[in-house]
Write a protein that binds this ligand. Structure first.
Ligand code: C2O
Ligand code: CU
Length: 473
């Protein structure tokens, strides 16, 4: 296949047009209304499995929400789950009281209660929404929201794909106590497996008993029909609560244009995506011949092939699809370093600089820490409007941490000691295990309030790896 010829003028074309200021857009905005009712959903993506899930509007994942950038969203949340719940709009810059962070921006919506979330979704791109109270997200309360960007190149076909998994009941509890027996299931030759000492006792992983894309397991996943000549856009979300996913489409290279919904400074062509917990990637491919190919989440777990869907041209829907090996040996997968390129200068510290050491996770312990503390005793970031803030993470544990900041888009400026020539705009980023480092830079120009900063591994978050960014003026 020819390299990225279809991305007109590379990435530049996608980011030159300036967006009109928010106020101007809001004036002409139409309102898009949704009702999201959360309630118990019996979920059985594979025969014999009956999972007591929770879902929005009767499905896991919840419905794909779409708005066009500039429209206003009003989402009425009705909580019939029987437990407290909120909706967090992951990756959005929005009024603090709409952020859905339980105990921080609002109390949990009680069973039988409701809450109206209303805001102008921003910035445009592939975002998602999920419960932000106790175990709601583990049980199925998540979905994708696409804020269409009028500046984007038009795709001939587009597929929004939520990669998610069914946890074994009780295994999250054991993982929180650090005594889980669940194995690692990362693909052979993955950095995750390389980071582990051979005698390492894990204790902190959740056991997953089924692997899904958009609510089904292969071969029952929805087929993805394409035609020869088409330029196809994939919007991929990893909604797994603890594990990174490697995603590969057999027979094709993928051109990654957006990270966490934000346009990359320069698109990157790869064999496979590496998608940390809560991350999103937009990736394109060109259909150059008739065929049938498997889009897979790679895994060393024998269940790995369940997280797959068939991409096919007309008439090929029942052909046996070309698949990829589960190993990452020799596979050119997406990394921040490749996407950002090595720069020379060490990124300057902002007016407010924080060094955060990520720790904890001893076998048998329920503590995951920032600078030795668990939330709410972790060091907090106080900012004044328009401060330039830099944070440098150093990871002393043997697991990667998908660190997430609410209400902002930050730039990743440094990875493992190498400054990036092109900082990456993101809202969640993996800090590598065993002395990995990573730096963020962001401007404190979001709506004032209290914004959570935490590891998006659900176990690590619940066990304390969290803090807040607080606007003091
Ligand atoms: Cu998707 Cu507090 O996060
Ligand atoms: Cu973590």
């Amino acid at each position: 296949m020819q390299r990225s010829t279809f991305l007109r003028a590379g990435g530049g074309a996608m980011i030159v047009a300036a967006l009109p200021p928010l106020t101007e857009r809001a004036l002409g905005a139409e309102l898009v209304q949704y009702t999201l009712t959360a309630a118990p959903v019996p979920f059985s993506p594979v025969p014999g499995l009956n999972f007591a899930g929770l879902g929005y509007n009767g499905s896991i994942p919840g419905p794909l929400l779409r708005v066009v950038y500039g429209q206003r969203l009003r989402a009425k949340f009705v909580n019939n789950t029987g437990q407290g719940s909120t909706i967090h709009w992951h990756g959005m810059i929005l009024p603090n009281k709409m952020d859905g962070a339980e105990g921080v921006t609002q109390p949990a919506v009680p069973p039988g209660g409701s809450f109206v979330y209303e805001f102008s979704p921003e910035p445009p791109g592939t975002r998602w929404y999920h419960d932000h109270v106790s175990d709601g997200m583990l049980r199925g309360l998540f979905g994708m929201i696409v804020v269409e960007d009028p500046r984007d190149q038009k795709a001939d076909a587009e597929f929004a794909l939520v990669f998610h998994d069914v946890p074994k009941p009780g295994s999250a509890r054991a993982a929180m106590m650090g005594v889980s027996t669940a194995p690692m299931v990362d693909p052979p030759a993955s950095p995750e497996l390389r980071e582990m000492a051979p005698d390492d006792k894990m204790g902190d992983e959740i056991a997953f008993i089924a692997h899904c894309i958009n609510g089904a397991s292969y071969p029952n996943t929805k087929r993805l029909p394409v035609k020869v000549g088409q330029h196809v856009r994939l919007r991929i979300l990893n909604a797994n609560p603890t594990q990174t996913r490697y995603v590969r489409l057999a027979g094709h290279r993928l051109i990654v244009t957006h990270s966490d919904g934000n346009p990359l400074p320069k698109p990157l062509e790869v064999d496979a995506l590496r998608v940390g917990v809560a991350e999103r990637y937009d990736a394109w491919f060109e259909v150059s011949e008739p065929g049938s190919w498997l889009l897979q989440g790679l895994s060393s777990d024998p269940l790995g092939y369940e997280q797959a869907a068939v991409v096919h041209t007309p008439g090929m829907e029942n052909a046996s699809p070309l698949s990829s090996p589960q190993s990452l040996e020799g596979v050119d997968y997406f990394t921040y370093a490749k996407a950002g390129g090595a720069g020379s200068a060490v990124p300057a510290k902002g007016a407010k600089h924080y060094d955060f050491t990520l720790g904890g996770g001893q076998y048998g312990s329920s503590r995951w820490t920032i600078n030795g503390k668990t939330y709410p005793n972790t060091p907090r970031i106080d900012v004044r409007r328009n401060d330039l803030v830099t944070v440098r993470f150093t990871n002393k544990t043997d697991m990667d941490h998908p660190m997430h900041l609410h209400g902002h888009v930050f730039e990743v400026t440094e990875v493992d000691g190498v400054a990036l020539a092109r900082p990456l705009p993101k809202d969640t980023s993996l800090v590598r295990a065993n002395e990995g480092t990573l730096s963020w830079r962001f401007r404190a120009d979001s709506p004032p309030g209290r914004w959570l900063l935490h590891c998006h591994n659900a176990i690590h978050m619940m066990d304390g790896m969290m803090t807040d960014v607080v606007y003091t003026t």
